[in-house]
Ligand binder design. Structure first.
Ligand code: BMA
Length: 892
């Protein structure tokens, strides 16, 4: 499995992390923890299925591991195993409690995460119920414990049945949508349960409404008190040019106590001591540590803009001669979301200022890594985040239809400089607002904000995904008479409750009620704007599969593109793990089954066909592989064109639109092996888009466009200070020969910081006239930037003068290759030879984990060497045996 081999990366981080782990150390202050993780018993409702099951875990994983079912991701198994989620299941364990632990004054059973609806009993006594997978639950069990054979039972109700019952009990008015579209083959009423909304199916994922105990379970016993959690919020005082850190400690107190709290940041020579006085019950204590002004504080920057220094903040709580220690990484940075008038444009700006500097956000959207969250490994998270950073991303949006990610995710983002746009988990639906629903949501939001707010990577909270748009643009056929009720519920949930909690818990970050939204304009309009997609305000989501994606004039020149994208199919090696030979056809039942987006397969082919000749091999498997390839070419080219348009629009205001300051394409990762908008496949393999993102997200970039018959070449830079002089080198290449037909260069021009600068402009007709026999069809334009010293700056780029499907002179390139070990460990030099220029040369090493330095490239010389970095030990011969090379002209 590809994921497995990322451990080298995890090690790098864990070594970094172990010096100051952020966990509260429990075995102090008399708090003892007994872990109840491990093997439990699991039975279904009529006891016809009984097995042992790992906790943390879920029913599907247990059934698979014990051989009751095969891989749920295989072929049509999502349908075959639907029964699992329609049944109710009970987890049972028994445990002993040593005398010293039973002697403690308080005993609390802590469930870090139950998925989702359960009734929990200990020794036959019901101790509590759960209804929200995003919450931690603490149940008082003092006096209920025996020395041996304590029986703990967690009865889990089918999430599907529960959601349906709740929806039917909601009789006053409907809360749409009822069911997902049939193409998703999912379950109904997911908006009635606080569970990953995509677990009932999504347009990129299967329906696996899991049941389980997905996070750890333990018994905490203590006499005096326990520390529940603590948070740290660095704040900058611009008047005094100084930093302070607000520290909050959350206690569960049994016996009134007095003592002291010592807080320090050793590296910054900053410390302070505070008196602590606690009375029984839950208690929240706030302290402010002033950072020593004589020490200079190194700021945390998003990736590409500076370093990510992390400082260890230590806490010692001294009570009655005992000391409780806790520590965590903290970092210093400020974040502002700037929404202010822009000259010559109606509306408002929408951009992030980090440490006082405007930052263009480059990244993508993050969805759940697996349908079975207990199977998500550190390696999977690490591979994906490393992949994002390697592609020059500085932001990811944790999308609201999945889960709040695990701690490691946010720690790695702190470490890598990846900013997080954090949605709350509500998506593409309206939600009920009954008292118990709201109560559980309030607890969820409070807990999650307290868990995540200490991470510098988190830069914004956002209430939901597309629910403002759903009301504004009437996705659910709501009548005029019904509308006020839904508006009221919307404001109640996201504003009066979620925003209200944010204002109490964390005012150091901006909050948006939804995405897309018009920001402050939405607020003015009563929290549901007339048109949340208005390009003059806030962020937008934009999808159009029918229009020619190479026509940049069709894209809305938005302030901030938080979603846009195109689907593609994952590679053959990824798909073949969950399919059989008869599935390997684009018109097979399997191909239709895995496609959860209405007309998705047709849309991909139609878009591809605008510019490429569709694969026509007579060998059906070859044609299937080639079709996968062409969908990846189309996706990479479409997302590239749109992203370059947005990056180029950073400094522009054209007809009142522009000043684009963010691009997060939909979507980084996949939940299973199926067609989707992702750039990284399930298993961690990079699609062509991921390779191309490395280039279109480069810090300095050349962008070429055709505008009214002119070729324009821009330099786009995100740098704040380095004013560089660059020139564009432009070449025309014929498809039929290796040497450039002619070349041009622009004047040396100073490029604008944080914007785009036009370097080269020429009518295409004039260009072609100067280039011998070149026509729009027979030649392609390539270009790159050079600085005054002649060094190349940023990646090479290219532009077509006509559709590649009309390329004249393009011939089968007859690519051959050799593979040699290179000087660095586990990297290999793949040398390619071709007899004609080749377009979109794609190197595929099957399921060998690793990545190439570049891929999906133009090969305009006879020989080219590409490095492959392997994440697993492999020999050059083995790699060569797995290597498969395709180019555009090879598929027809
Ligand atoms: C957006 C997202 C997701 C969806 C994607 C592709 O609307 O928020 O809901 O998966 O589009 O359709």
């Amino acid at each position: 499995m590809m994921w497995y081999f990322a451990c080298i990366y995890v090690l790098e981080v864990l070594v970094h992390d172990c010096a100051c782990a952020s966990e509260v150390k429990r075995a102090s202050l008399g708090v003892e923890s007994i872990s109840l993780n491990g093997k439990w018993e699991l039975v279904n409702s009529n006891s016809s299925v009984s097995l042992s099951a790992e906790v943390p875990g879920c029913v599907h994983t247990a059934l698979q591991r014990q051989g009751f079912i095969s891989d749920p991701y295989f072929r049509f198994n999502d349908l075959a195993y639907r029964w699992i989620s329609l049944d109710n299941w009970t987890y049972i364990t028994s445990f002993s409690v040593p005398a010293y632990a039973r002697g403690k004054g308080r005993a609390v059973l802590v469930f870090e995460g139950v998925d989702t609806v359960s009734t929990i009993s200990l020794n036959g006594v019901t101790i509590g119920k759960t209804d929200n997978m995003f919450r931690r639950y603490d149940f008082e069990v003092t006096g209920l414990l025996k020395d041996q054979d304590n029986i703990l039972q967690v009865w889990l109700m089918s999430a599907v049945t529960y959601a349906s019952q709740r929806s039917h009990a909601h009789t006053q008015y409907r809360v749409p949508p009822t069911c997902p579209p049939p193409v998703q083959k999912g379950e109904c009423h997911v908006n009635f349960i606080r569970k990953a909304q995509s677990s009932f199916s999504w347009d990129w994922g299967p329906s696996f409404p899991t049941l389980g105990i997905w996070k750890e379970v333990r018994l905490d016993v203590f006499n005096t008190l326990r520390l529940l959690s603590f948070t740290t919020s660095p704040k900058y005082d611009s008047n005094h040019a100084s930093w302070q850190v607000d520290v909050e400690l959350f206690f569960d107190v049994v016996v009134a106590s007095k003592g002291t709290v010592h807080i320090s940041i050793p590296l910054l020579l900053s410390e302070a001591e505070f008196q602590l006085s606690l009375t029984p019950g839950e208690s929240r204590k706030s302290f402010v540590l002033q950072v020593n002004q004589s020490v200079s504080v190194a700021l945390w920057w998003p990736f590409g803009h500076g370093e990510q220094p992390l400082n260890n903040l230590k806490i010692a709580i001294i009570l009655g001669g005992e000391t409780l220690h806790a520590d965590r990484w903290i970092a210093f940075r400020t974040v502002e979301l700037v929404q202010e008038p822009i000259s010559s444009s109606p509306g408002l700006s929408f951009y992030f200022r980090i440490n006082g500097k405007p930052i263009f956000l480059k990244g993508s959207n993050w969805i759940p890594v697996h349908a079975f969250q207990d199977q998500v490994t550190n390696d999977m998270i690490t591979i994906l985040l490393r992949s994002a950073q390697k592609a020059n991303m500085n932001v990811l949006r944790v999308w609201g239809g999945g889960v709040y990610e695990q701690d490691l995710f946010y720690k790695l983002c702190d470490f890598y400089g990846i900013m997080i746009w954090q949605d709350f988990m509500f998506a593409c639906a309206l939600y009920p607002t009954e008292k118990d629903f709201m109560q559980t949501v309030r607890e969820e939001v409070t807990q999650q904000v307290r868990r995540l707010k200490s991470h510098p990577s988190v830069v914004i909270w956002s209430g939901n995904n597309e629910n403002e748009a759903a009301i504004a643009t009437d996705w659910f056929n709501i009548t005029v008479a019904e509308r006020p009720q839904y508006l009221k519920d919307y404001v109640n949930l996201y504003v009066e409750n979620i925003r209200d909690i944010i204002l109490q818990e964390d005012i150091t970050r901006p909050f948006l009620a939804s995405s897309p939204t018009n920001g402050v304009e939405t607020e003015k309009e009563g929290w549901v704007a007339q048109d949340p997609y208005d390009p003059h305000y806030g962020d937008t989501h934009y999808y159009n599969y029918e229009k020619d994606c190479l026509d940049w004039t069709a894209f809305p020149r938005t302030r901030f593109a938080s979603e846009y994208g195109f689907q593609s199919w994952p590679s053959f090696s990824t798909l073949s793990k969950v399919s059989v030979a008869s599935d390997w056809d684009f018109s097979s039942n399997f191909s239709a089954h895995r496609q959860h987006h209405e007309d998705g397969n047709q849309q991909m082919l139609k878009q591809a066909e605008l510019h490429y000749i569709l694969p026509n091999s007579t060998d059906p498997v070859q044609r299937y592989r080639d079709t996968i390839y062409i969908t990846q070419v189309m996706q990479a080219q479409c997302v590239k064109t749109q992203t370059e348009f947005y990056r180029r629009s950073q400094g522009d205001i054209i007809e009142g639109e522009g000043h684009t300051m963010g691009t997060l394409y939909w979507q980084l990762n996949d939940i299973w092996q199926g067609p989707s908008w992702s750039s990284v496949e399930f298993g961690g393999k990079w699609k062509m888009l991921q390779y191309w993102a490395t280039d279109f997200y480069a810090p300095i970039l050349s962008v070429g466009v055709e505008d009214q018959g002119n070729l324009l070449i821009y330099a786009v830079s995100e740098s704040h200070s380095v004013m560089q002089k660059v020139k564009a080198k432009v070449k025309l290449h014929s498809w039929s020969r290796f040497d450039a037909v002619c070349s041009f260069e622009s004047n040396l021009t100073t490029i604008k910081e944080g914007g785009s600068t036009l370097l080269f402009q020429c009518p295409i007709s004039a260009l072609l006239m100067k280039c011998g026999n070149c026509t729009r069809r027979s030649c392609i334009v390539t270009f790159h930037l050079r600085n005054s010293g002649g060094e190349m700056i940023g990646p090479r780029n290219h532009m077509f003068l006509s559709s590649p499907r009309h390329a004249e002179g393009l011939q089968k390139p007859n690519i051959t290759f050799t593979v040699k070990e290179s000087i660095t460990v586990q990297s290999f030099a793949v040398t390619l030879h071709c007899s004609f220029p080749a377009m979109y040369v794609w190197l595929d090493v099957d399921d060998v984990p690793g990545h190439f330095y570049t891929n999906g490239f133009l090969m305009l010389s006879k020989k080219s060497t590409i490095i492959f970095e392997s994440w697993t030990p492999i020999t050059a011969e083995e790699l060569a045996a797995k290597l498969h090379v395709t180019s555009l002209r090879d598929v027809y």
